[in-house]
Ligand binder design. Structure first.
Ligand code: DAH
Length: 358
């Protein structure tokens, strides 16, 4: 082998052996850099006679060309390999099943809350929210329950310490103050549902100091009790997942509605399990009524022009009925065995078309 061929073999072997771009660059400099082996060869042409130059020039130049090409090819190969490695390491298989199996479950109260929202959303209601710690004014006064009104005793209120200005806050005793909040900031037409936590000094198998309610409010110029009845009926059919229900109206009293109506739902408790739509039992469903014109006035809405209805019911109670849970206190005991038994699959979201509770 000629010296040139040996040199070429050495350089090309080094190019092939270069494992990364830094190593390849070192090989390039050692061959093609200012003092590189190939550059020195080319420089040596200058000291040769014309004949020697003619004999060696083409060989030296083509050696240089082959080395340049080999370095470039290796560079591309190294870049491709680096990209492939990155793609492999950053790959996400979106078809992989969720692993490990989801551990948590959805609490029945959250489940029913979502179900209630799904049903009313379908009827065109939007969700409104208010704080748990509420102004006494919104919880009572603007709802037509003045300071000395006996209805305040109905509610066994948790009071929060007096504020600097002498006003008092309460843990809201119902979701009705969200009616006030909504009317104060939104002009009719109004159609909202407001689920959330509520508090009263009360505790036994059917009462918990913290519980959940949902509030409904519809205000416009033409809405009447017939609309209210239809809305609650549609809600019951969807919620209890039956084709027909029968509701009974009882006259009642709430300071914030006039007239006030309580609704019962026909059911059958004879078989140990509760069935809706048939039977000879009645189950208390919700309080409701036409919004008292005084409340409209207290919330800046003209009662000569607008009217509407409101309703409120217990979420925990609905959950107990629908899912056969006997004691409300068990909702809040955080007993894992209970949650595993009554909880709902974490990734199942209640929808009307997909099924509320599967
Ligand atoms: N706030 C009432 C309660 O906690 C329930 C209620 C009754 C809400 C009548 C209403 C209504 O909106 O119109 O007992």
């Amino acid at each position: 082998m000629t010296d040139i061929a040996i040199l070429e073999r050495q350089i090309l072997d080094a190019v092939t052996a270069a494992g990364d771009e830094a190593a390849l660059d070192a090989v390039r400099v050692s061959a093609l850099g200012k003092k590189g082996t190939v550059s020195e060869l080319l420089k040596s042409l200058g000291a040769m006679t014309p004949d020697e130059r003619k004999a060696n020039g083409p060989a030296f130049n083509s050696l240089r060309d082959r080395v340049v090409a080999a370095v470039a090819a290796r560079k591309t190969a190294l870049e491709d390999a680096a990209l492939d490695a990155r793609l492999v390491s950053e790959k996400v298989d979106v078809t992989l099943p969720v692993r490990p199996e989801p551990q948590g479950s959805i609490h029945p109260v959250s489940q029913v809350l979502e179900e209630v929202i799904a049903i009313f959303a379908d009827l065109g209601f939007s969700v409104a929210e208010g704080p748990d710690v509420e102004y006494d004014d919104y919880n009572f006064t603007r709802l037509n329950i003045p300071p000395d009104h006996p209805a305040r005793q109905m509610h066994d209120t948790f009071y929060v310490a007096k504020q600097a200005d002498g006003s008092r806050h309460v843990l809201r005793t119902h979701t009705s103050p969200v009616q006030v909040r909504t009317m104060l900031k939104q002009k009719p037409p109004i159609r909202i549902i407001s689920p959330g936590r509520t508090y009263r000094v009360d505790s036994d198998a059917t009462h918990s100091p913290m519980f959940h309610q949902f509030e409904g409010l519809v205000i416009d110029e033409v809405t009447h009790l017939g609309h209210l009845k239809w809305t609650l009926e549609e809600f019951c059919k969807a919620f209890f997942e039956v084709d027909a229900v029968e509701m009974r109206a009882r006259p009642s009293f709430f300071p914030f509605t006039e007239p006030s109506v309580e609704w019962d739902l026909r059911c059958d408790r004879s078989g140990g399990q509760i069935k809706f739509g048939t039977g000879h039992d009645w189950l208390e469903l919700a309080g409701s009524g036409m919004v008292n014109p005084r409340v409209l006035e207290n919330c800046g809405i003209d009662p000569a022009r607008y009217q509407g209805y409101a309703f409120g019911g217990g979420i925990d109670r609905l959950a107990m009925l629908k899912y056969g849970i006997p004691d409300i206190r068990s909702f809040f005991e955080s007993d894992l065995r209970w949650l595993r038994h009554y909880g709902f699959a974490a990734l199942d979201i209640p929808t009307l078309d997909g099924g509320l509770s599967r």
